[in-house]
Design a protein around this ligand. Structure first.
Ligand code: ADP
Ligand code: ASP
Ligand code: MG
Length: 415
């Protein structure tokens, strides 16, 4: 069982979580629980680091930001004990959860389950703080924002759990963010592949890495709500959304488009008048890659008669300052004339395996946005996804009109 930030926000909610865990224990299950920090806490801790120094040591950043989960894991163990459920917390270094030393975005390697197995065998509930691990040299690491999902899937895989239930503040995975489109529909099942794509283009309900790991390790993952009362259906009746292999999806469920996601965390950079010659593009993206900056969308315009071309691309907003620095230093080698950047952009993506066998998905997207006067600044596609970059102010409108255009709106019940 994994509980996210809103589910852990405050003692009252932690008590509700404890009651939920108790129900599973009483149903005869052995339970390991992975918890997030209280909602907003990690942001607060990140803020402290930035305030302390703009150029903070990432190893110390991890020490600071991992602490939110230490608090909630201890509190949940206390709340469980208070209602008669034997429980103890196991911090990342105590198990340990071994990770790489890529501080602030470490990858889980192996998890020693000996202590955990023994704890469960003693009839205890093991409470594990998500988001954290330990690298060689006994340094604390964190897994990147939203990483508790990945902790949960990794623990489930290591313990060969029957299922990994991700409890959150919505009752499943929807065709799009239900907070933006009230008529979004809940999906009973989504394939690993589609969920991976949806997560990677901004559907933050699951961290992308957690889905990749679940797919690789064949972990059965369910997304479900923690905001339900004592009469809520038990998790093994599968009230939420199951992430499954493609073979488990029935023909009736198969849709052309599975979901729509948006991402406001990218920034657009345009280099004007880059020489139109072999190696020019490499001179732009080489230095960015060396700096560890992920470039997402790329548009290279056709050459002007002057023998130069404009190159537009996106980077994570968090990496914008560093990107500008890197590109500034490489100005002479690249030979561009001017650099402009814009953070007021959003990426809108439609995802569905049905695209593989159906034409016209992209053109429906372009027509629908065009009819609303929404200009498209960049486009990328994969086998099961089309993404466009638009002005940020149009995000909600774009998601809503596309949701309708692809026939995803839920039926409205008659009044
Ligand atoms: P937690 O703190 O439990 O990890 P998150 O805030 O990380 O929760 O993720 C849950 C949120 O994801 C929901 O509140 C919802 O607004 C958002 N979300 C975005 N896209 C989707 C989607 N397609 N289906 C469900 N929720 C979505
Ligand atoms: N607390 C961490 C974050 O806010 C990890 C998580 O909640 O999944 O990113
Ligand atoms: Mg989350």
């Amino acid at each position: 069982m994994k509980f996210g930030g809103t589910s852990m926000a405050g003692i009252e909610r932690i008590r509700t979580v404890a009651a939920r865990v108790k129900r599973e224990v009483e149903a005869g299950n052995q339970v390991a629980v992975v918890v997030s920090a209280m909602a907003g806490e990690t942001d607060r801790l990140v803020g402290f680091c930035r305030e302390a120094s703009a150029l903070y040591d990432p190893r110390e950043y991890d020490v600071v930001v991992s602490s939110g989960e230490q608090v909630t894991s201890g509190l949940l163990a206390i709340a469980l004990q208070a209602i008669g459920v034997p429980a103890r917390s196991w911090l990342g270094w105590q198990l340990p959860i071994h990770t790489s030393d890529a501080f602030s975005r470490a990858r889980i390697g192996t998890i020693d389950t000996e202590a955990l197995d023994a704890s469960l065998a003693r009839g205890e509930v093991a409470v594990i703080p998500g988001f954290q691990g330990v690298a060689e040299g006994d340094r604390i690491t964190t897994l990147g924002r939203g990483g508790s999902d990945t902790s949960a899937v990794a623990v489930a895989a290591a313990m060969k759990a029957e299922r990994c239930d991700i409890y959150t503040d919505v009752d499943g995975v929807y065709t799009t963010d239900p907070r933006i489109v009230p008529r979004a529909r809940k999906l009973a099942r989504v394939t690993y592949e589609e969920m991976l794509e949806l997560a990677s283009v901004g559907a933050k309900v699951l961290q992308t890495r957690s889905v990749g790991l679940a797919m690789k390790e064949n972990v059965r993952v369910q997304v479900l709500s923690s905001f339900t009362g004592d009469d809520a259906p038990m998790a093994d009746t599968l009230p939420g959304t199951m992430i499954v292999g493609e073979e488990e999806i029935t023909d009736v469920e198969r849709q052309l488009i599975t979901g729509i996601a948006h991402d406001k965390n990218e920034a657009k950079i345009t280099l004007a008048a880059v020489p139109d010659k072999p190696g020019a593009v490499a001179s732009v993206f080489g230095p960015l890659a060396e700096a560890g900056i992920n470039v997402d969308m790329i548009v290279q315009n056709i050459a002007h008669s002057t023998g130069s071309t404009d190159v537009t691309f996106t980077v994570p907003s968090a990496d914008l300052a560093r990107s500008l620095d890197v590109l500034g230093q490489a100005k002479a080698t690249i030979g561009y004339d001017k650099l402009v950047h814009d953070t007021r952009v959003a990426k809108i993506s439609v995802v569905g395996v049905g695209m593989r066998s159906h034409a016209g998905v992209a053109s429906t997207m372009f027509t629908t946005l065009g009819e609303r006067g929404i200009n498209i600044q960049a486009i990328t596609t994969s086998e099961i996804k089309v993404s466009v970059l638009i002005e940020e102010d149009y995000t909600e409108l774009a998601v809503r009109v596309l949701h309708t255009a692809y026939g995803l709106d839920a039926e409205v019940e008659a009044a």
